[in-house]
Design a binder for this molecule. Structure first.
Ligand code: ATP
Ligand code: MG
Length: 480
């Protein structure tokens, strides 16, 4: 069934993220560069202006100083005085009297006699140096005026103006250079932000693709991301998460398959016992015995479902019942009773040798399941007329349970695999007998969790023997 995720986003959304990042970078750098551009060119203009102001006021100041020395400001004396000052040759000079009436004008013969109210002249006639500047399309026009003061007496003012295209062109070229550098820098920023966001979003795409793979249930997928940044840390976290998911998914699968395998046994026994009661003529005592067995199996089923319920609630400790010291005989006898019908239908003889029984510390349900699985195998993988023997023995400090048969045996190269989950020697036959390849894996697990050991010996075509040892427990010793 296809899973449709509500949060699934169309790929173009990632494209938009990429564009958003790029536009943000470009906007930020554009703002910074524009600011730098404006700042640089205005600073440059200001420097030129300050420079010009100092130079112009130097000139008008010098002229005013020279004119102050004259007895009277007559056009001839003024002209002669100013002609001696070489630095004034590049500028237009106007000299006025204290009322603003022009006495001398170096480049405009219509001005003398006129009364001027130019702001610079007005300011200079108030006794303060004046300077004004304007810059347009590479042409710099500057005007300055200085008062002619003789002691405390104001005698007039000197006004100078200059139109400078050389320095103006320099300012314009500096501004052009700054603008070109700004545009080039912005282009580099656009290129790099495009590359960076492409690289960044390619890595994001990789993460998204891995997430989709994970969402589709592939927990073995690993995300490979180059680099040493937060995204690499994210990739490591992602891999850690998938690893955990993989482990818990495997555990879940194992849990579900083991649980269904374990539940199968009591259900099959109940069916078998009730069929036997219905199909055979039995005396009342045997029927009672069978019904009691059905009750035992139902109880076992109940315990199992309670155990499963606690495990699914995440309470593993309460799920596992504590082991107790029990003799093995009653459990073995119960298994034999349960399997007698199957043995009869397979024409297999069940023999028991229970003389050497000794109490062991074990969970009774585990002992039952172990014996049942091994004995069932001994019948299933047997030959008509074959034999299954369950024997109890006593070792130095252990109780021994042996389940051996005269069946098909297991080929030598398969012996090391038979405790693996889902491993079956003869697949066709095992499938025909309804096997899932889990029985022995569950047996091994149960033996080990009860501190026991299990060994198998087999001769192909002759038969198989499973030998288990559990720590023995002396009940009398325990009582003392
Ligand atoms: P199930 O999960 O129902 O027990 P199964 O019997 O196939 O299925 P196991 O009990 O784990 O699975 O056994 C694994 C395989 O080992 C069997 O398929 C069988 O090929 C082989 N095997 C187990 N016991 C014997 C035996 N006593 N004699 C011969 N082969 C055996
Ligand atoms: Mg089996």
């Amino acid at each position: 069934m296809a899973i449709i995720s509500k949060n699934k986003k169309a790929p173009w959304r990632y494209g938009r993220t990429q564009i958003r990042y790029a536009v943000t970078y470009i906007f930020i750098t554009f703002t910074v560069l524009a600011f730098l551009n404006i700042y640089c060119s205005s600073t440059c203009k200001r420097l030129f202006r300050d420079n010009k102001e100092a130079a112009m006021l130097d000139k008008t100041g010098l002229a005013a100083e020279e004119l102050r020395k004259l007895e009277a400001l007559t056009p001839a004396d003024v002209s002669a005085t100013l002609e001696r000052i070489s630095s004034l040759r590049s500028v237009h000079i106007v000299v006025t009297d204290v009322d603003g009436t022009v006495i001398f004008a170096s480049h405009d013969s219509t001005l003398p006699g006129q009364t001027l109210t130019w702001p610079q002249i007005t300011q200079a006639l108030n006794g303060i140096d004046a300077f004004d500047w304007d810059y347009d399309s590479g042409i710099m026009h500057s005007q300055a005026a200085s008062p002619i003061i003789d002691g405390w007496r104001l005698r007039g003012c000197v006004y100078a103006s200059e139109t400078d295209s050389g320095q103006g062109a320099l300012v314009a070229s500096i501004q052009r250079t700054i603008l070109t550098v700004t545009i080039l820098l912005e282009l580099v920023v656009i290129l790099f932000s495009g590359l960076f966001t492409h690289f960044f979003s390619a890595r994001l795409d990789k993460i998204m693709a891995s997430m989709r793979i994970l969402r589709d249930g592939n927990y073995t997928h690993r995300l490979e991301l180059s680099g040493h940044d937060e995204l690499t840390v994210l990739a490591d976290e992602f891999n850690d998460l998938t690893e955990r998911l993989n482990i818990s998914e495997n555990k879940r699968r194992q849990f579900v398959s083991d649980a269904s395998h374990e539940l199968k046994t009591p259900l099959a026994s109940i069916k078998l016992l009730s069929d036997s009661i219905l199909q055979n003529d039995m005396d009342i005592d045997t029927i009672r015995e069978f019904v009691a067995d059905i009750g035992d199996e139902a109880e076992r089923l109940n315990r199992m479902s309670e155990k499963l319920l606690s495990l699914t609630k995440g309470e593993p400790d309460s799920a596992i019942e504590p082991p107790s010291i029990i003799p093995m005989t009653p459990t073995v006898e119960r298994v034999v009773r349960m399997l007698s019908h199957l043995a009869k239908s397979g024409d297999v003889d069940i023999h028991t040798d229970l003389q050497q029984d000794c109490p062991i510390l074990i969970r009774e349900d585990d002992l039952y399941q172990i014996t049942y699985n091994l004995a069932e195998n001994g019948i299933k993988y047997n030959v008509p007329g074959g034999k299954l023997t369950i024997a109890l023995g006593r070792g130095e400090d252990c109780g021994i349970l042996t389940v051996s048969d005269t069946g098909t045996g297991i080929p030598e190269d398969s012996l090391s695999h038979i405790f693996e989950r889902f491993y079956r020697v003869d697949k066709a036959r095992s499938r025909a007998s309804g096997g899932s390849g889990l029985g022995l894996a569950i047996v091994k697990n149960m033996v080990e969790r009860n501190q026991g050991t299990i060994q198998v010996t087999s001769t192909f075509g002759m038969g198989t023997t499973f030998t288990m040892e559990f720590p023995a427990f002396d009940i009398e010793e325990e009582d003392e």
